[in-house]
Structure formats: structure tokens, C-alpha cells
Design a protein. Structure first.
Length: 394
């Protein structure tokens, strides 16, 4: 009995310390403009197996649960921006640039890694993960720059829906990658693919429709925290139980609630408040899982991923800008303004690691390592893009 109490005491002390680490990361990030995600991942590396090894196994065992909950909340919020009104108001330029950047990123990163000898399934997954961005870092840089006009307004619209397209692409690519890793796309795999994607869409509507009608009635204007938590847990749990994509399901639920709950002032206010404690544990444990000894082994794939992602986003921004009627002088700068990459990418890597255990070490090391790099480089290139494009408004 005393041993159980000691184990519980250790877990509680570690959790308390991690929440305080999250608070410190938040404050340091606001004062220094260092990305919170980078700080949390770095703390995880420090206290994890690659560092001081202070996190007990009982806490590490929560990793899978925390990743599912944190990412379902992110999916809800991304889905909330996918209402018909928002998509219509975002305009031709935003839709064109965002979609073409996602397509070019998947194609260029996956194709480039495949050409240098990476397994096709792993290359595809890396291409999909490369689509993810960091809207918070981009928005913070726009505010810091003080830029006004068409370019920053278009950029805001792009980052508002960019991760949503990326998450859809990731869900589709995982299914294709499964088929490639198993050798062929036979009838059973086609059925599994249809079930994972189609089932997620149907389940999202089945959960989202009544949730839109019933939530926000106890206290007018927005759902209670218990309502928000209940829907998130149900969405993640039923998705995992039915073996459909909880990312797509969460996005559909969020989109349905945002579109149909006309009595809500704002449907996801409570989720925004709830998600940060989950995200703290999620990112710290992600950093703790990083084996620094693997960094040397991903030299080629890491450099390829980094350079191909930059090239793909620049090319996608130019082509998407041309399709969307963006002034020619601004088109080269969209890709450089969309380089920051953070939590969604790490979350995608965690999901992919569970789906493809053989690639788990490579994926996590690659994505966490390059995420830190993009979080350091990305805000700088975004600032440069804003300054250059601001003086070239036509």
C-alpha cells in the first residue's frame, strides 16, 4: 500500500511540475517571442530519457491518451473555421493559395524523398506532415510587424484554414501509405480506406448535428465546459472504437457545430481554455520521447525534408497566387511566410508513429527536430516576407 502511495505521489509531483513548466514556457515565450512549442519540446528533451530521465513510466504511459485528446481538440477548432460563410468570405486568393500550397507540399516533399531512396510509404507520410503550419506563430509575427494591407490580410485567411486542408490530406495519405507498406491496394484495403475516411465523415455528422442543437442551452450563448469536454471525449473515444480517423471526425464535428449552432455566440470558447493543459503534457512528453542519438541517423532525410518543404511552399505560393489573382510581386513571399511549423505537425507524427511502428523512431526524430528548426527560422522568414510584400502592394 505504501508503495502505491509513493508511486501516486511521484506521478502527482511530476504532473504538477509539468504544468508549472508550461506556465513558465508561456511567460518566457511572450517576453522573448520564442515559440512555446519549442520551449516545451526542449523541456521534454531535458527531463526525458535523453536528458535527466525524471519522468516516471506511469506518466509516459499517458502519452497515447493525451495525444488523442489534444489533437481532437485541435481538430475541433480547425473544423470550426470551415463553415460555408468563412470559406465564401475568405475569397478566391486565400482558397487558391492554401489549397495549392498543400498539394505542392505533399507532392514535392514526398516525391523528393522518394527520389533519394526513402521508402514510398514513409515519404508520403512525411509529405503530408510537411503541410502543417503554426497559425499562432504566423499571427504573432503579423502583429509584431504591424503590417497592413492585402498581403497580411490574405496571409491571415490562409493560416486560418491551412492546417484544416493539411489534416484532411494527412488522413487520406495515411490510408494510401498503409496500402503501399502492405504491397498492394486490394479489396480489403480499399474497404478499410473507405471505412476510415467515410466512417469519420458520417460519425462527425452523427455527433455534430445533435451536439449543435443541444449544447449551449443550459447557459445561453456557448456550451459549458462539461459539455465541451463530453463531446471531445465522445468524439475521440467512439472514433478509436470504430477505427476511423479521430482527426477527420473532430474536424467534421467542429464544422457542423459551427455551421448549425446558430444560438451559440462562440461554440469553442471552452475548448480553447481546456486544451492548453493537455497541450503542455502532450508536447513535454513528445520531447521526452525523442532519442537524440537518432538525430545523426536522419541527416539526409532531415536535410531533404527541410529544403524540400521550403521549396514546395515557395512554388505553391507562386502558383496559388497566380490562380487566385494575387499581384505578381507578392506571390513569391507567401511560401516563406508559411514556414512556421509546430503542434499539429508533431501530432500528425505521433498518429503516424502509431499507424506505422516500423517508422516511429525516424518520424518522431525527424518531425520534432525539424519543427524546432522551423519554429526558429519560420518567424524570421515570415517577418521578411511581410516587410518585402508590404512595400509591393499593387
Amino acid at each position: 500500500m505504501q508503495g502505491v502511495q509513493m508511486d501516486m505521489a511521484q506521478v502527482l509531483v511530476v504532473l504538477g511540475a509539468l504544468f508549472l513548466v508550461g506556465l513558465a514556457a508561456d511567460e518566457i515565450g511572450q517576453r522573448t517571442h520564442l515559440p512555446r512549442v519549442t520551449l516545451l519540446l526542449s523541456c521534454g528533451v531535458l527531463v526525458g530519457g535523453a536528458g535527466l530521465d525524471l519522468i516516471p513510466q506511469e506518466v509516459r504511459d499517458w502519452y497515447e491518451f493525451l495525444s488523442a485528446m489534444a489533437l481532437t481538440m485541435v481538430a475541433f477548432l480547425l473544423g470550426g473555421g470551415m463553415t460555408p460563410e468563412n470559406l465564401r468570405s475568405n475569397g478566391r486568393a486565400i482558397m487558391s493559395v492554401s489549397l495549392v500550397v498543400v498539394l505542392s507540399t505533399v507532392t514535392c516533399v514526398a516525391g523528393g524523398l522518394w527520389l533519394v531512396g526513402i521508402d514510398p510509404a514513409l515519404a508520403l507520410v512525411c509529405g503530408a506532415i510537411a503541410c502543417a503550419t503554426d497559425p499562432a506563430a504566423t499571427e504573432d509575427t503579423i502583429r509584431q510587424s504591424g503590417a497592413k494591407g492585402g498581403f497580411p490580410d490574405t496571409l491571415r485567411g490562409i493560416v486560418a484554414i491551412d492546417d484544416a486542408w493539411g489534416m484532411i490530406a494527412f488522413s487520406l495519405v495515411v490510408v494510401v501509405a498503409k496500402a503501399l507498406s502492405q504491397g498492394a491496394m486490394d479489396g480489403a484495403l480499399l474497404y478499410d480506406a473507405g471505412w476510415e475516411i467515410g466512417g469519420a465523415l458520417v460519425l462527425g455528422v452523427v455527433i455534430g448535428w445533435p451536439a449543435a442543437m443541444l449544447t449551449g442551452r443550459v447557459r445561453k450563448g456557448e456550451p459549458l465546459q462539461s459539455e465541451a469536454l463530453g463531446i471531445v471525449f465522445l468524439t475521440a473515444g467512439i472514433s478509436l472504437w470504430l477505427e476511423v480517423s479521430f482527426l477527420l471526425t473532430g474536424m467534421v464535428v467542429g464544422a457542423v457545430i459551427a455551421s448549425r449552432a446558430k444560438h451559440h455566440d462562440y461554440a469553442f470558447h471552452e475548448i480553447e481554455h481546456i486544451r492548453w493543459p493537455f497541450m503542455i503534457l502532450f508536447f513535454v512528453l513528445a520531447g521526452a520521447s525523442l532519442d537524440l542519438s537518432n538525430l545523426a541517423g536522419i541527416g539526409v532525410i532531415g536535410a531533404g525534408y527541410f529544403l524540400l518543404r521550403i521549396a514546395a511552399r515557395v512554388v505553391g505560393g507562386v502558383i496559388g497566387g497566380a490562380v487566385g489573382g494575387v499581384p505578381r510581386s507578392q506571390r513569391p513571399w507567401f511560401g516563406l511566410a508559411l514556414l512556421p511549423q509546430a503542434g499539429v505537425a508533431v501530432g500528425m507524427a505521433l498518429v503516424a508513429a502509431q499507424e506505422f511502428p516500423a517508422y516511429a523512431e525516424v518520424l518522431l526524430t525527424l518531425v520534432i527536430g525539424t519543427t524546432v528548426l522551423f519554429e526558429l527560422v519560420g518567424p524570421l522568414t515570415t517577418m521578411v516576407a511581410l516587410q518585402r510584400a508590404e512595400g509591393r502592394e499593387e
